[in-house]
Each structure stands twice: as C-alpha cells, then as structure tokens.
Design a protein around this ligand. Structure first.
Ligand SMILES: NC(=O)c1ccc[n+]([C@@H]2O[C@H](COP(=O)([O-])OP(=O)(O)OC[C@H]3O[C@@H](n4cnc5c(N)ncnc54)[C@H](OP(=O)(O)O)[C@@H]3O)[C@@H](O)[C@H]2O)c1
Length: 334
C-alpha cells in the first residue's frame, strides 16, 4: 500500500512524494483501516510550510482523518468490527491507503453516508463540538462571534451554535463567502477585509471563537461581555508572518491577561488543541465523534463539502486551501 509522504517544507509541488508504506499490525487497542479518502485541514498547510510545531520530523505522513473499511482489529476492540465503514481520527498518518489508529478514535458510519461529509465530521466538527458544546456550552440567546466562519471548523461552529439557539456573528474575507454565511444562517455576516470587527460590531459577545490568533484574538477579548468565554483554537494569520519579526508581532498581538482580571470580570480564556484532547482525554474525543455522527445522521448538522480531489490532484487541493479559495471540507480520494 502507498502513502503520500511530506518530504520537504515549501510549495505543495515539491513537498509531497508517493511511496510504499509499512502496513503495521494493530496493537490490542488499535484498528487498521483501508482508506477510501482522507481529509485536508488547514493545519496540513501549516505543516507543509514548516509552521506546525506538532508535526513529526520529515519525512512523515501528515493528515488527521480518513474514511474507510476496518481490515485489522486489536483484541480489546468491541465497538467496531472487520468490514465496518468508519471515520478514523488519525493524529497524523492520514494521507495513506492504510491507517492504524486507536480504537477510541474510530466511529462507525453508514455505508451510504457521503464521503466528504464524513471526513468533515472528524477533525473539523469534533473541534467545533468540543469548543461549542464541551468547553463553552453555548446557551440559547447568547451572542457568539465565529471568526473565519466560512472555513471547515467555522462552518461547523456556525451550525452547532445555531442548533444551540445562539445569535451568530460570523466573519469571512470575500463577498462570495458572505453570501455563503447568510445561506448557513449567520445572523450578522461581516467582511473583515472591508471593516475591522471592532468597528463592525457594537454589541458585546458572550462567546468568541478565534482561529486567527495575534491581534485578532485581542479584538475578540475586547468584545467579550462579563461572563464571556474566548476560545483560541488556531493562528491562521501566522502564515502571513514572513520572518521572525512577523512571528514576534503575532505573539505580542495576542495580548497579556491577568488571572485577577478574569476572576473580577468572570471571563474565561480557553485554549483548544484536539491533539492534546486525543492524547490525554481519548474518551472525550470518542464522545465528541459519536455526538457529531448522531447529529449528522439526524440531519441537525450538515457538513458542506468544498471538493473531493483525486490523489493526483493533491497539490491543487493544498493550493486551493492555502489560497483561501475553498469553502467547507476538502478531501482526497485514492
Ligand atoms: N486547535 C485545534 O485542535 C484545531 C483543529 C482544527 C483546526 N484548527 C485551526 O482552525 C483554523 C481553521 O481550520 P480549517 O481546517 O477549518 O481551515 P479552512 O477550512 O481552511 O478555513 C480557514 C479559513 O481561515 C481564513 N483565514 C484567515 N486568515 C488566513 C490566512 N492568513 N491564511 C489562510 N486562511 C486564513 C480563511 O477564510 P477567509 O478567506 O474568509 O478569510 C480560511 O477559509 C485553522 O487555523 C486551524 O489550524 C485547530
């Protein structure tokens, strides 16, 4: 079986090589999956550019999720069996024809469930579910701001916050994406390339979801109501930092926060990293995966698929994600 190895940092055209991979046997708690398709995440672009600290040393196989059939199974696994179609959260290793992953990171999915939607449910919807339903527990009537709301996690947050009965403010960077946000039910779509959020939003927010980082994180903090929660789960603007000064500016831009201030104002700063959740709280990850599958199967959430590319078009898929052309989930089919 083959995998796509990340061999060099840089442009997608020089970064990847298709090579044969080792097919390892699962340990007692693991599952081996023959992959139909794997998903792309913005973190893959960061890893390719050499900006992602958690990425293993090169050459390596990146990729957070795959959909396929269980072909090997550890002896402690009871919730899935050989032949089941599953969504597997892979924690790297996803760009491959075979993935080996922890059993708790696999959930069964119907044979006829759309492949792109299934890929979206793994990293992007689990991150959003954890942020919206576990870490902040958004309440009906709360005002929430979702930054970069037309992206994969952004779309998932919008759908989950609407399901929770929140009033959703969502940002995006082009008129086309604003139309998309309106269609997704965002109550107040904002083009952040035309107007900064601090001038566009007059109300205070109960919850802010920030994936941009730097000074955007601080702007979110300044909009937060007493009792509010600010979730930081990404730093997409890091890709705009061309040198060490840019990186320093990004770090300083986040701002400085004192615990006494949080206590006095009853505000929470929450960091979310699903890799850490997978490593330290695997049952929480399993819970999130099972909940998003239930919500998808009952039609409460409906992932949007931006494109499923063939394996020879992986570069194109990466370039579309990096250049912000895409809306919703991108996947690659073997
Ligand atoms: N912490 C975690 O566990 C976790 C898990 C998953 C994802 N994430 C993070 O969440 C964010 C969204 O991930 P995703 O997979 O949903 O990505 P995605 O679908 O590519 O969406 C990202 C969006 O961010 C916006 N953006 C703003 N500044 C950008 C920049 N400098 N370069 C590129 N895009 C920029 C773009 O929308 P506009 O064109 O509208 O600006 C883009 O569509 C990323 O920062 C990712 O690293 C974190």
């Amino acid at each position: 079986m083959d995998a796509i190895f990340l061999v060099k940092n840089g442009k997608s055209e020089i970064a990847f090589e298709r090579k044969e991979m080792k097919v390892l046997e699962p340990s007692d708690d693991e599952v081996g999956v023959e992959v139909e398709a794997f998903g792309l995440n913005f973190a893959d672009v960061m890893a390719r550019l050499g900006l992602y600290k958690d990425c293993p040393p090169l050459p390596t196989i990146i990729g957070y999720e795959a959909v396929g059939k269980v072909i090997k199974i550890g002896k402690n696994i009871g919730h899935v069996k050989i032949g089941d179609r599953v969504i597997a959260f892979t924690r790297f290793g996803g760009y491959a024809q075979y993935v080996l992953t922890q059993g708790v990171a696999c959930v069964k999915i119907a044979d006829d469930y759309d492949i792109g939607k299934a890929l979206a449910l793994a990293t992007q919807y689990c991150t959003a579910y954890y942020a919206c339903c576990v870490a902040t527990n958004v309440l009906p009537g709360e005002r929430v701001l979702v930054q970069a709301a037309a992206g994969g996690v952004g779309t998932a947050l919008v759908q989950l916050c609407k399901w929770k009965g929140a009033i959703v403010y969502g940002t995006a960077g082009s008129p086309k994406k604003l139309e998309y946000l309106k269609a997704q039910g965002v109550d107040f779509p904002i083009n952040y390339n035309e107007k900064s959020i601090d001038s566009a939003i007059k109300e205070k927010m109960d919850v802010v979801f920030d994936s941009l980082g730097g000074s955007d994180f601080k702007k979110g903090w300044n909009l937060l109501e007493r009792g509010g929660r600010l979730v930081g789960y990404g730093a997409a603007t890091q890709t705009d930092s061309k040198n060490i000064f840019g990186t320093l500016k990004l770090g300083v831009g986040f701002g400085i926060y004192h615990p006494v201030q949080l206590l006095m104002e009853s505000k929470a700063l929450i960091g979310v990293n699903m890799l850490r959740i997978a490593d330290y709280k695997p049952n929480t990850l399993k819970y999130c995966m099972e909940e998003v599958v239930k919500l998808a199967e009952s039609g409460i959430i409906d992932p949007v698929v931006g494109g499923i590319y063939s394996i020879d078009k992986l570069n194109e898929a990466h370039n579309d994600l990096e250049s912000r052309k895409s809306v919703g989930k991108l996947g690659v089919k073997w």
